[in-house]
Design a protein around this ligand. Structure first.
Ligand SMILES: Nc1nc2c(ncn2[C@@H]2O[C@H](COP(=O)(O)OP(=O)(O)OP(=O)(O)O)[C@@H](O)[C@H]2O)c(=O)[nH]1
Ligand SMILES: [Mg+2]
Length: 464
């Protein structure tokens, strides 16, 4: 889980304040000292830490807290508000053109995640903004870099423009833009080369590509593992390129959180996305509010719901609902449900988004392999058995055969059939409720973000 240590330490110091009827100045001092250490250990810039603690303390000693019946909760609220402010208050939408081809230029140091995130963005914007993306391979220095982009592009069925014989990124950019216009692509994402350190040749090349491509977004990939050094890297890239947004990558790794909490405050460049895994789906919009909630262990139900909405197909969910209303629930349906859940990520990461749960499960080993065992067991059932679960439930010989076929113990298969029967009963009971009062699970959820078309904002972006 990202920022786990920081999150734990802040929560621990705040927990000592909550649940008490009265707080004294030295209670607040103690908590602030611990939070200060936690932030410094997370590699947050010392100036930010100083300002942050000062503001939180001042407000915590004010009337709003001292006169409150739940002063500890008020301090938590203040810490939350200040964290949100530190990270930029509001989410900043991506800049895209409405009626012509948008261009995103990726940049960043070597290994910061440019290629992976070029592809993640292509997939994300195709899904959420209905765009037709073209990835462009402008890292011409390593043949492997072009192949990496081609392979990743293929994995999501996205076209990649590359030129094997051409070693000039400027020509490739020009040709790619023409190719995109001639072939109906309305989003061009340019992957570029990285260097270990900022060097003049690279910057010149990026700035030449920028002049040709006139990008709507210059996205800087920043590896969260670099801590507060990220600030200097961002400032250096910004000096030469006028970066329009950051993607904070590898937030799933053992990161300390320094970059997430420092970049916006010290550079004024918004973090627009976060990369939370190597997989192409593991990209999220950056919401200061939600990030602050995650840090404070207040859960992030909105992100959880969004994950569900973007990964569960509405038609599939409706079909399943209709089948349930007809009293049908088979092992095939169960398999489909498991697949839907698995698409959203690991169970532990999903549970961690529920308020109050992340703390309780942090030392619990939640084994996603259980799902695999169920899938293997179901795949060892015959077509007939999957459609008519009843014929397995009371047949020892069938259960033994399934156990043997799947390599799982008999007791496990026995328990699975019992649990399945219980689940089926409960689901069918639910589906017999007054249908006029029923809603599909999907209708509780917000719509996936669509390009913002409303008046007022002037820019094309997401609806939040
Ligand atoms: N865990 C994790 N790994 C990531 C993430 N993003 C990228 N990676 C991994 O980091 C490594 C480098 O990513 P790339 O996308 O190749 O980075 P790059 O900036 O294109 O690298 P160069 O082209 O060499 O400059 C790869 O092994 C990626 O799988 C992320 O969000 N989380
Ligand atoms: Mg690369």
């Amino acid at each position: 889980m990202p920022l786990e240590t920081l999150s734990e330490k802040i929560q621990m110091s705040l927990r000592r304040l909550t649940g008490r009827g009265k707080l004294y100045e030295n209670d607040i001092d103690d908590a602030m000292r611990d939070i200060r250490v936690a932030l410094l250990e997370a590699d947050v810039n010392y100036k930010i830490v100083k300002d942050f603690i000062k503001e939180v303390k001042e407000e915590s000693l004010g009337e709003r807290v001292m006169k409150s019946l739940t002063p500890g909760d008020q301090v938590v609220k203040i810490v939350h508000e200040k964290l949100v402010k530190l990270m930029g208050d509001e989410a900043t939408p991506i800049n895209l053109k409405q009626n012509s081809t948008s261009v995103i230029l990726m940049c960043g140091l070597q290994g910061s995640g440019k290629t992976t995130h070029a592809v993640k963005l292509a997939s994300y914007l195709r899904k959420n903004n209905d765009l037709k993306p073209l990835l462009v391979a402008c890292d011409v220095y390593r043949p492997a870099a072009i192949n990496q982009l081609i392979t990743l592009g293929k994995s999501i069925n996205c076209d990649v423009y590359s030129e094997e014989s051409n070693k000039d990124p400027l020509f490739i950019t020009k040709n790619a833009l023409k190719y995109a216009n001639d072939n109906g692509y309305n989003l061009v994402i340019i992957d570029t080369a990285g260097r270990l350190q900022i060097d003049e040749v690279l910057m010149k090349e990026l700035s030449d590509i920028k002049n040709i491509a006139k990008p709507d977004e210059i996205m800087l990939c920043i590896d969260e593992m670099t801590g507060q050094e990220a600030v200097n890297v961002t400032l250096a890239f910004n000096d030469l390129l006028k970066v329009t947004g950051c993607i904070l990558t590898k937030l799933d790794s053992d990161t300390r959180g320094g970059a997430a909490l420092s970049i916006r405050y010290l550079t004024n460049i918004p973090i627009k996305f976060i990369g939370v895994g190597e997989h192409i789906d593991e990209l999220e919009l950056f919401h200061p509010e939600r990030m602050a909630k995650r840090i404070l262990g207040m859960g992030d139900v909105v992100s959880l719901i969004e994950k569900a909405t973007s990964n569960i197909d509405e038609d599939d969910a409706m079909k399943m609902m209709e089948r349930l209303q007809k009293g049908i629930f088979t092992y095939n349906d169960f398999l489909d449900q498991i697949k839907m859940i698995r698409k959203m990520g690991s169970i532990k990461s999903l549970l961690g988004m529920i308020p109050g749960v992340s703390n309780q499960i942090k030392n619990v080993d939640i084994d996603d392999k259980q799902f695999t065992y169920i899938e293997v067991a179901i795949s060892s059932m015959t077509k007939e058995e999957r459609k008519h679960p009843d014929i397995i439930e009371h047949s020892t010989s069938r259960k033994m055969r399934i156990a043997e076929g799947s390599g799982r113990p008999y007791q496990e298969i026995n328990a699975l059939t019992k649990r399945f029967a219980d689940m089926k009963r409960q689901m069918l009971q639910m589906s017999k409720m007054d249908p006029s009062k029923m809603t599909s699970p999907q209708s509780f959820m917000p719509r996936p973000a669509k390009p913002h078309k409303g008046k007022g904002k002037g820019k094309n972006g997401f609806r939040f």
